[in-house]
Unconditional design. Structure first.
Lengths: 275, 417, 687
């Protein structure tokens, strides 16, 4: 396995599960932003292309003690990717400042090994060619190219918006990366200068996006030392860039597999022994 | 020359001194196989024309029947490399009587698997990216490298056999090529053994490295997870028996003795030994999986199984019924020298390895990796089955042609004297 | 042989195979049938969603003049994000269900295409011919188009101008019955304790994006650290929800009080009684009568009637009493059919809490003004009950404006039958919906972002608000706006309605609203007016409440029907937008079968299990469904999502489940003149 790459800037999310109502606006915003094709029959969820999926979580109790929570699941942008390490053709890798796991669809041969590797089901295959209703191709954005059948795709944290934000700085003559007092590189993109489409759409502010390494960013403040924060399948050691927060222990406990006698863990307490 | 109307019209092409069925009968058989091939070709057309969406594969089961099939046939085709290794490198001479069959069957398995792989990847036109943009960290890259290289080796091993065809061998050039290739065969056998060991291992490694999938993930040695070694051993344990079974099936079909039973029993002994080694490690591995990987993933053993379809019976069948039982039969001289028991053990052995490849492929993915998910189930559709049967038919075609026209079985004349 | 070998080696030495390989990698990225990115300059325009009934301000991104994205607007009183419906507005421009040009019913039953002048001529003839026997139904409550409709109707002697049923209508009628000339406003921004009873605040009730922004602002992210000694901050405002389904609001509300569907008003009366017991009074002439009525709703009685947990209710009432600015919002879990009485009861509760016209309380906004001389006020249109009228009336001509009664009214089959009896029907519609498909003349109108339109104080807002939405893009289809088409026909018929176009009317309206310039409004500015009107002459109308608020009759083994709404499923007008069916979760739809929800106790009582095929029978109509056991549903209740079962529109809406409206029948609400259909009971059996 390749050594873990650390970046000065690490884009990430804090998703507040006490705020998410499961409305699906983020999912629609994602599709429109990233030029996904609609599907007339989307009833078979295992064949529905959604880079971002909102899962329904239950506390497992009977009425009236039942509680429900909704969990939006973008690509977790792992620092230790189960996926990129297995791709035979380097069609996906995490090799750029910002720590976003890329997906180079023109490179992808469609072997789907990465899908088998990803425990978050964040990867989707184009089982057929994408078809837009006549005329709807006019509503496609110029930012994300369309993918043919036979390739795998996934959430990129709206990487094109990252590039646009950098372009904005460059046109103003501002250096994208600056060295801060702590000696680390920080990105000069202002806190809201780069936001993913899903985070932007959510009226509840359930998705907070920013630099996990930047103490000035809200996302940093929300996840650092927050006992209510957790990551999905943390103990696998994937070291994801998507944190979830909830004051409800049952929600946090559903973020990972636990033996019955194990206590619900705080983030980064469960360190992988080996992988 | 006087024409003997009792002889099949293609009799001049037969191996020296061999008798074969009538050409009409042979054509009927070929016609039947062609029909299966055509169905498979139609399925392939559907996949290439419309996309892999015509199958029952989906985002949850990106791997399914095809990958299981590939892994199984590559394991079962391992008779070629393993027998080659024993025959040419370790000089176990009696194996010369079965090595041709092993090579042909290996060739069939690998080319068949490659054919199915071409179907299985979404962008077959980009399959060469595996070389051009290789990710050296990926087990699959190693698989792509080794399988394609080994396929070339198998072609090289197959060529002299083809050139030894009675009529072709009269052409001096072909005769010399065949002869020279024979001389260099130990080199290719060595290469084959090396390549094959690595890709068998890499195929296993493919699963063992999936640290996001506790069902498949295994610790290991250096960069190789234990499944790497288990796959090599299990292939060596099942490949020879598969070669024996294929030879036996050919005997049943042709009504002739093609391989003497002592050779088969020898193969059985070799396979049994390998199976024993494999099982020792497999049990250790299963123990480590249950005692270490499961708990540190926060999982209990029972959580790896679901209902009937992914039940514990698969594990029991794989390890005991299709593992320990054939191992005992193959290792005990008196048992393995009973043909019925030898063949049963062979079948069980191969079935066990196939179950292993199946559960690692499908059950790994069916398992709910996110704690709030449910188990998912997968059943292939006809579009997935048809190319598999097409490969079976292709195997039958190639074996039939090779048997009819090539000197595959050195003992044939003697045994049917 | 040598030749083949030599040729192979030779070819490999030439650039041909390598060039071919290189080309292959390019081909496989550029198949001709995959659309390519079209580049261009990005521009942005402001608009307000007319597709989404919750009034969402939007920023439209255009590339080379083509709208490609709907983006949120932050600095707007109704803004702060997007709903799952409004975010799909750009894609809806290209919905396969769009009406492309005017269509006229031909003798063979099909449609023939015609041009607008010809269509306008037919419309004029039909309107002239039908005269006062013409009825109008509008599906857009907040647009000035309604002034054109009502003024036009008056011009031809008709007063039959209806709105499609809505929560706004229930509230308006409630206000009128209580002697208030006002629109109810809800100052959620300043409230520190909101109890929503049936009102799905965060998904389908009122100004959804605004409600949700307020929820965001009042609920800090849960940060807690034992090491640093940081305790979780309490929310600045409590959001409690009472309803029969653990819907989007209940998912994040603390607490959720499960009650039977249709018992919202009874719960409000129970709360009123508890507040009166704590000494709260209302300055109203008939307070004593109200007090006497409320006294019947003891906590035990309320628990029996609504199924509410008395302890939880008591805690909520405590919370309301302790709060500085408590607010009780009553609505229908599916945004319609509640009648006026629950809203009246809610008003009484708010009055008892002393929050009328107070910050964070229930606001009495001045009623929406008209700018067109002959136009009827919104409240006047609200006063007419469509559901009861449609079954009985027999107009000669029916004109629909963005209305789909054949799908959206209770008992759609009867509505369709009633429509078939109307000699000539016209639909101004963007999409070929179920009603348009039944009409004789279908006139395509542009989508919100293709036309100039306005939005005046949508129901649920906290103060009067006026927004203009300009045409952001020119329609590709041959469309007009309803208002302009009618104004054109009016002139042809010799009627002077005071304005030539809707734009003129909007300009006049903008002037009326604080002398604002059209251009300023069109660039996304909202006009806000915080004036209130006093609750002078308030009557609590116990006489009506006593009759209207009765527990729904239900056969012993029948289940309560709890329809619920999700904006993602679109509206009756739009159907499910192309991207939105993907937001359905696994199990919401099994192939074409929809799922309905019951808790495990209810299911086992009925001998049913997860995955069973069911029939829901209202006695008149039946729908088929699949059972999903979901513990977030009230006992003895079956929850069904709205928005399925479209037979018209496009492939994204069709072949998906059944329309739950089929199971409902409108019943008269005593004393209010409205119809109610929130308390439906259904027999459920295995199919």
């Amino acid at each position: 396995m390749s050594a873990k790459k650390e970046f000065s800037v690490k884009w990430g999310m804090a998703i507040d599960l006490d705020k998410c109502t499961g409305c699906g606006a983020c999912m629609v915003a994602c599709q429109a932003e990233n030029n996904l094709a609609p599907q007339a029959d989307a009833s078979n969820k295992r064949r529905v292309m959604n880079w971002l999926v909102v899962y329904e979580l239950s506390n497992g109790k009977a009425f009236p003690d039942h509680e429900v929570a909704y969990l939006p699941r973008p690509c977790q942008q792992c620092a230790e990717q189960p996926c990129a390490t297995v791709c035979p053709v380097v069609a996906t890798e995490r090799n750029e400042e910002g720590g976003i796991v890329s997906q180079v669809t023109p490179r992808c041969i469609g072997c789907r090994y990465c899908m088998a590797a990803c425990p978050y089901h964040a990867r989707y295959f184009n089982w057929f060619d994408p078809i837009w209703p006549k005329g709807m191709e006019k509503a496609l954005t110029p930012d994300v190219s369309m993918r043919p059948r036979g390739v795998v795709e996934k959430c990129t944290f709206c990487h094109h918006r990252f590039m646009q934000a950098k372009d904005v700085l460059r046109t103003k003559g501002i250096d994208v990366y600056t060295r801060a007092v702590d000696g680390k590189h920080h990105c000069a993109i202002p806190e809201n200068g780069y936001v993913t489409s899903c985070a932007e759409a959510c009226p509840n502010g359930a998705i907070v996006f920013g630099d996990l390494n930047n103490p000035a960013h809200k996302v940093y403040q929300l996840v650092t030392g927050n006992d209510n924060a957790f990551r999905l399948l943390e103990r696998l050691g994937t070291d994801t860039a998507v944190y979830y927060i909830s004051s409800r222990e049952w929600v946090r406990r559903l973020g990972d597999n636990y033996l019955p006698d194990e206590e619900t863990q705080k983030p980064q307490q469960i360190l992988p022994k080996k992988h | 020359m006087e024409i003997n109307y009792n002889r099949p019209i293609d009799a001049d092409l037969f191996p020296e001194g061999a008798s074969r069925c009538s050409f009409t009968q042979f054509s009927l058989w070929m016609g039947f196989l062609t029909a299966i091939l055509l169905v498979g070709l139609y399925a392939m057309f559907l996949v290439f024309r419309y996309g892999i969406g015509v199958t029952h594969l989906d985002d949850h089961f990106g791997f399914g029947l095809w990958i299981t099939f590939d892994l199984a046939v590559i394991a079962l085709g391992a008779g070629a490399f393993f027998t080659g290794l024993l025959r040419y490198i370790l000089n176990i001479d009696p194996l010369k009587n079965i090595i041709n069959l092993a090579v042909i069957f290996g060739f069939i398995c690998y080319t068949g698997a490659m054919l199915v792989l071409v179907l299985d990847i979404g962008q077959p036109l980009r399959s060469w990216f595996g070389y051009w943009h290789a990710n050296v960290h990926s087990m699959l890259t190693e698989v792509i490298f080794c399988i394609t290289c080994y396929c070339i080796v198998l072609i090289i091993e197959y060529i002299p056999l083809i050139f030894e065809q009675k009529q072709l061998n009269r052409i001096p050039l072909l005769h010399h090529i065949a002869h020279n290739l024979h001389v260099t065969m130990p080199l290719f056998a060595g290469m084959g053994a090396f390549l094959s060991t690595f890709h068998q291992g890499s195929l296993g490694g493919m699963y063992g490295v999936l640290f996001g999938r506790p069902y498949a993930f295994r610790d290991g040695f250096f960069i190789w997870p234990w499944t790497f070694f288990l796959f090599v051993l299990s292939a060596a344990a099942s490949g020879p028996m598969m070669t024996v079974l294929v030879g036996t099936i050919m005997e049943k079909c042709t009504g002739k003795k093609l391989i003497s039973f002592d050779i088969k029993a020898l193969m059985g002994k070799i396979a049994g030994t390998m199976l024993l080694v494999y099982l020792v490690f497999k049990f250790l591995d299963t123990g480590a999986w249950i005692m270490s990987i499961a708990p540190r993933s926060g999982l209990e053993f029972d959580q790896f199984f679901h209902g009937w379809i992914y039940g514990k019976w698969l594990l029991v069948a794989e390890l005991l019924l299709c593992g320990v039982l054939p191992c005992v039969i193959l290792l005990k001289k008196n048992l393995r020298e009973n043909p019925a028991l030898l063949y049963t053990a062979g079948l069980l052995d191969c079935a066990g390895i196939t179950i292993n490849r199946y559960v690692l492929t499908v059950q790994t993915l069916a398992f709910p990796s996110l704690p709030f998910e449910q188990w998912q189930t997968y059943a292939p559709n006809w579009v997935e089955w048809a190319p598999c049967f097409m490969v079976f038919a292709y195997a039958a075609v190639l074996l039939s042609l090779s048997y009819r026209y090539l000197p595959v079985f050195p003992q044939e004349k003697q045994l049917n004297g | 042989m040598k030749f083949v070998a030599g040729a192979s080696a030779g070819i490999m030495a030439t650039p041909v195979p390598w060039k071919l390989l290189d080309d292959v990698s390019i081909w496989t990225q550029n198949w001709s049938w995959i659309p390519r990115n079209q580049y261009g300059e990005s521009t942005y325009a402001h608009a307000v969603s007319k597709m989404d009934p919750s009034g969402v301000p939007m920023r439209i991104r255009l590339v080379d003049g083509r709208p490609v994205r709907v983006l949120p607007v932050e600095d707007h009183p109704l803004g702060g994000g997007l709903t799952a419906l409004s975010v799909a507005e750009v894609q809806m421009l290209y919905s396969p269900g769009r009406v492309k040009r005017p269509l006229l019913r031909a003798a063979d039953g099909g449609f023939t295409e015609l041009d607008w002048p010809a269509a306008a001529k037919i419309l004029q003839e039909k309107l002239t011919e039908a005269g006062k026997n013409t009825a109008f139904i509008s599906g857009d409550e907040s647009s000035s188009t309604n002034e054109v409709l009502s003024a036009f109707a008056k011009g031809i002697g008709s007063d039959q101008v209806f709105f499609m049923p809505s929560e706004g209508q229930c509230a308006s009628v409630a206000a009128r019955l209580m002697g208030l000339e006002a629109q109810f406003g809800y100052d959620l921004e300043k409230s520190d304790y909101v109890l929503a009873i049936g009102a799905n605040l965060l998904e389908s009730w009122g100004t959804v994006v605004r409600n949700r922004r307020i929820f965001k602002e009042s609920h800090p992210h849960p940060v807690r650290s034992a090491a640093k000694g940081i305790k979780e901050a309490a929310p600045m405002a409590v959001l409690a929800y009472a309803g029969s389904v653990q819907n989007n609001t209940a998912a994040v509300a603390r607490p959720w009080l499960p009650i039977y569907p249709g018992s919202e008003g009874l719960l409000a009366l129970g709360i009123a009684n508890m507040l009166i017991a704590k000494g709260r009074v209302v300055d109203a002439a008939d307070f004593d009568a109200f007090k006497a009525l409320a006294a019947k709703f003891t906590p035990e009685e309320v628990a029996r009637l609504t199924g509410v947990d008395p302890k939880k209710l008591e805690a909520v009432v405590e919370g309301l009493l302790k709060a500085k600015a408590p607010l009780v919002v009553v609505g229908s879990e599916f945004g319609q059919g509640a009648g006026a009485a629950p809203l009246m009861a809610a008003f009484a509760v708010n009055a008892l809490l002393g929050n009328i016209n107070r910050p964070g309380g229930l606001v009495l906004m001045p009623p929406a003004q008209t700018a067109m001389p002959k136009a009827e006020a919104r409240s006047g249109m609200y006063a007419k009950d469509l559901a009861s009228w449609i079954g009985t009336a027999k107009p000669a001509l029916l004109v629909l404006h963005e209305a789909n009664p054949v799908y959206a009214l209770p008992d759609p089959e009867s509505v369709a039958a009633a429509l078939k009896n109307i000699p000539f029907k016209v639909s101004f519609s963007t999409f070929m919906d179920e009603s348009a498909a039944l009409c004789d003349l279908v006139l395509p109108i542009g989508m919100g972002i293709e036309r100039t339109d306005d939005m005046e104080s949508p129901y649920g807002c906290g103060g009067s608000v006026y927004c203009v939405t300009p045409a952001v893009v020119e329609a590709e289809q041959d469309v007009r706006s309803t208002a302009n088409a009618l104004l054109f026909v009016a002139r042809k018929m010799g009627m002077d309605l005071g304005f030539e176009t809707l734009m003129d009317l909007i300009k006049a309206k903008a002037q009326q609203y604080g002398k604002a310039k059209f251009d300023v409004l069109a660039s996304g500015k909202a006009l806000v007016d915080d004036r209130t009107v006093g609750p002078r002459g308030l009557k609590l109308r116990a006489d009506i409440l006593g009759k209207a608020l009765q527990p729904a009759a239900k056969a012993k083994d029948a289940l309560c029907l709890a329809p619920y709404a999700k904006l993602s499923m679109g509206t009756a007008k739009t159907g499910i937008p192309p991207y939105n069916n993907k937001t359905l979760r696994a199990g919401d739809l099994d192939g074409t079968a929809m799922t309905v929800l019951m808790n495990a106790a209810t299911a086992s009582k009925k001998g049913m299990a997860n995955g069973d095929r069911l029939l829901l029978d209202s006695g008149r109509r039946r729908i088929a469904a699949k059972l999903r056991v979901y513990e977030g549903v009230m006992n003895d209740t079956v929850a069904v999502c709205l928005g399925f079962g479209h037979t018209a529109l496009d492939e994204f809406s069709q072949n998906k489940g059944a329309n739950v409206m089929e199971l409902m029948t409108a019943a008269a609400e005593p004393g209010t003149g409205l119809s109610v259909w929130t308390g439906t009971a259904v027999a459920v059996s295995k199919a």
